[in-house]
Write a protein that binds this ligand. Structure first.
Ligand code: ADP
Length: 557
């Protein structure tokens, strides 16, 4: 092999310097290599064990080596021996970082190592390139005319084939995975694919275009693709939180500061300055240490918070599932309960009316108790059914014009006996003027007001219960006041919540469920009305009220 080892080809140097500015040569090689190595080592040291870090390091090492040797080829062109030595491994390094890129893309997307079979294929494809370098069969010699190495055609063509094959492999594989991926993964694959294509394709295209037009400046532009790729990679790392950037930035800042201050010792001669530099150095070290420590603590706290909130979100989902299952259970159970209860109610009434023969007073008394308990059970089942209908969004309303005075009179008649039994005076204060009609569901509003009167009698050991009705702007207000146990200010805000029962009330009304007011509130809201309570406190009685709209669609403030 004739290398024409000339060591002082000044004109080569001159010729190249004239065609390509030396500044561009340095600028395209050195910062690119530095950026690539920095990102490569940074990722590697943050996560030494992971395969993806190793592959990225491999990629940046082979590429930086290629850059360094290429730089030597550019600047040491007056020495043909040096040119040849640096030129020889370029093809091999080129193939290696293409292979590393492919391997990297696989592991990044699939999050696992590639199969043995793929490794063998990749190895076999690389083999001709790798062995031709030490065997010296990739270069034919050195040409004085162009001042460059002459590459063997076979080698060049194979390298071209390899580069195209790997690029196509990367693109096809990424697109296939992209189509199957979820949204977050899609974003990551897109960024990775754009980054790596910019890197490989710009490198590849610029190199071949430069050869094609014979202007090697273009080859230099292609190198910037790597910086862009590293930028994309850095973005991926930050965006998808592969590493802790904040902590690392603080560490880098403090290290740079310390090195900067310490390097002053190289030129500070004066003793006072040396002492000052020493003090500054110690201060920088101290503060730097504290800064890093506090950031570390903050980062750890954040991670912990994240963990807690993740597990809370999971627990919340589980609770929601349980709540749905419970609602469904209540709904089914209530439906099943209602039928036999209605039958019992019917038969007990028939018995009490004497349809099956005359009853002794003792039996009639027991049957009356059975009837009362049964009615309580029917009400409870009705409340539960209403609740499950409301929660499932299946409650239906039948709107129409309603005169509430009539409804109150009906309710009064129903409860008058009970109030009398309890020796409570139940009064309906007749309105002075005309009461306008309201637009609402008659049955539902009767249920809500009944519950208020029922509660008032239940929670009033002695005294009176007064029902009033009056127009209130666009609404008609019905209020039920009692002189009963009242409600403490702490309990007021929770009264209308599901299963909420007052502390004192439990002593009086053992069968209380805390559902009536909640169901009432939901119904009133659905009918465009409102419900509320005023109480001066425990023992001071209370006034529950509902407001129904005169017309549909009135805005509630
Ligand atoms: P229940 O009466 O079955 O417990 P409600 O939802 O109707 O269910 O009432 C919820 C709670 O509100 C009661 O447990 C009681 O503490 C309180 N409460 C309701 N009405 C009155 C009232 N008139 N006076 C005092 N407390 C009341």
């Amino acid at each position: 092999m004739n290398y024409n080892l000339v060591t002082n080809i000044q004109w080569c140097h001159q010729m190249i310097a004239e065609t390509v500015p030396l500044g561009l040569v340095y600028y395209s090689h050195i910062p690119t290599a530095v950026v690539s190595l920095l990102v490569g080592f940074f990722v590697f040291f943050k996560n030494r064990k992971s395969l993806i870090s190793k592959l990225l390091l491999g990629l940046s090492l082979t590429f930086s080596m290629w850059l360094m040797l290429s730089l030597v080829v550019w600047v040491a062109n007056y020495n043909s021996a040096l040119t040849m030595v640096s030129w020889a491994p370029l093809g091999m390094l080129n193939a290696l970082f293409f292979a590393c890129s492919l391997y990297f893309v696989y592991v990044f997307i699939d999050k696992k190592d590639i199969s043995f079979f793929k490794k063998v294929i990749l190895g076999l494809l690389l083999l001709p390139i790798v062995i031709s370098t030490p065997l010296d069969i990739n270069l034919a010699g050195f040409t004085m005319d162009a001042c460059e190495a002459i590459e063997m055609d076979m080698f060049l063509n194979y390298l071209l084939f390899f580069e195209i094959l790997v690029s196509a492999w990367i693109i096809i594989f990424s697109v296939q995975r992209y189509l199957k991926a979820d949204d977050t993964m899609r974003k990551q694959i897109k960024l990775l694919l754009i980054g790596i294509s910019l890197f490989l394709i710009s490198f590849f295209a610029a190199g071949y275009y430069a050869t094609y037009v014979g202007d090697f400046r273009y080859e230099l532009y292609g190198l910037f693709g790597m910086t862009v790729f590293m930028g994309f990679l850095a973005y991926l790392i930050v965006q998808y939180k592969a590493f802790n950037i904040k902590l690392l930035a603080a560490q880098a800042l403090v290290t740079a500061l310390v090195i900067l201050i310490a390097s002053q010792y190289l030129f500070v001669r004066n003793a006072t300055n040396q002492i000052l530099t020493g003090v500054t150095l110690i201060l920088a070290l101290g503060f730097g240490y504290m800064l890093i420590k506090s950031i570390k603590a903050e980062v750890e706290r954040k991670e912990q918070l994240q963990k807690v909130s993740d597990s809370l979100a999971k627990a919340n989902d589980r609770l929601r599932e349980l709540d749905n299952a419970k609602s469904e259970f209540i709904s089914i159970a209530s439906h099943q309960l209602r039928t036999p209860l209605t039958a019992i109610k019917g038969f007990v009434s028939l018995l009490l009316e004497g349809s099956y023969g005359k009853l002794t007073p003792k039996v009639a008394d027991v049957l009356a108790k059975v009837d009362t308990s049964n009615t309580r059970l029917v009400d409870l089942v009705e409340d539960l059914l209403n609740l499950s209908r409301i929660e499932a969004g299946r409650m239906e309303y039948d709107f129409g014009k309603v005169q509430l005075t009539g409804i109150i009179e009906e309710i009064y008649d129903t409860f008058a006996v009970r109030a009398k039994d309890k020796k409570i005076s139940l009064e309906f204060e007749k309105p002075k003027g005309e009461i306008p009609e309201v637009t609402t569901d008659k049955t539902k509003i009767r249920e809500v007001i009944s519950n208020l009167v029922d509660n008032a009698i239940k929670y009033t050991p002695k005294g009176n219960v007064t029902v009033r009705i009056a127009p209130a702007g666009e609404f008609v207000r019905v209020s039920v006041s009692d002189t009963g146990i009242g409600i403490s200010p702490e309990e007021l805000p929770y009264l209308f919540q599901k299963f909420s029962r007052g502390k004192d009330s439990v002593k009086i009304n053992v069968s209380s469920t805390g559902l009536g007011l909640h169901v009432g509130k939901k119904m009133m809201e659905a009918m465009g009305g409102r419900i509320g309570v005023d109480s001066k406190g425990a023992g001071a009685g209370s006034t529950f009220w509902v407001e129904a709209p005169r017309e549909m669609g009135i805005e509630i403030m």
